[in-house]
Design a protein. Structure first.
Ligand code: DQA
Length: 147
């Protein structure tokens, strides 16, 4: 993978409610604040941050990542735990040699049993969880480190 000029930061369902959604787990900062934070450390790289509550829309964005050869930071949210369709779309990206880093704000392994399974991790390039916005910052640092 050569030096990216753009990074897709894809966020799944309910992450548009960050700021007010279960603040004891996810904190009080919003997705817009995450976007600003990542832009601040992106060093000339475009941060294309998107969120959808619609599985098909996220899958379409992963197809776009293949076509444009854009590396991806993906928080699949609840889709993590059951969406084989999303898994297959992530596999399309990584099989094309483009990194997809799965991130989570919380540490799903320290939470309810159903969150212990990720159907995404097996086809992701790597996984970072449990550091709040730091999970995204670490993923971005990794993607930028190939330059
Ligand atoms: C999450 C963890 C998931 O279990 C949950 O469904 C989310 C957010 C996280 O970022 O910690 O929506 O992906």
């Amino acid at each position: 993978m050569t030096s990216p000029t753009r990074v897709l930061v894809l966020n799944g369902p309910n992450l548009n409610r960050l700021g007010t959604r279960e603040p004891e787990i996810y904190g009080t900062a919003t997705l817009a604040e995450l976007h600003a934070e990542l832009r601040g450390i992106a060093d000339g790289v475009e941060i294309d941050l998107r969120q959808s509550n619609d599985e098909g829309e996220v899958i379409g964005w992963l197809h776009d990542a293949v076509d444009a050869r854009t590396p991806v930071i993906l928080n699949p949210a609840a889709f993590t735990h059951y969406s084989y369709a999303l898994r297959d779309a992530v596999a399309l990206v990584t099989e094309a040699g483009i990194p997809v880093i799965e991130v989570h704000l919380s540490n799903p392994h320290a939470r309810e049993e159903f969150r212990h399974t990720s159907v995404i991790s097996g086809v992701a390039t790597g996984v970072i969880a449990g550091f709040g916005f730091g999970s995204y910052r670490l993923a971005l640092a990794q993607l930028l480190s190939v330059r």
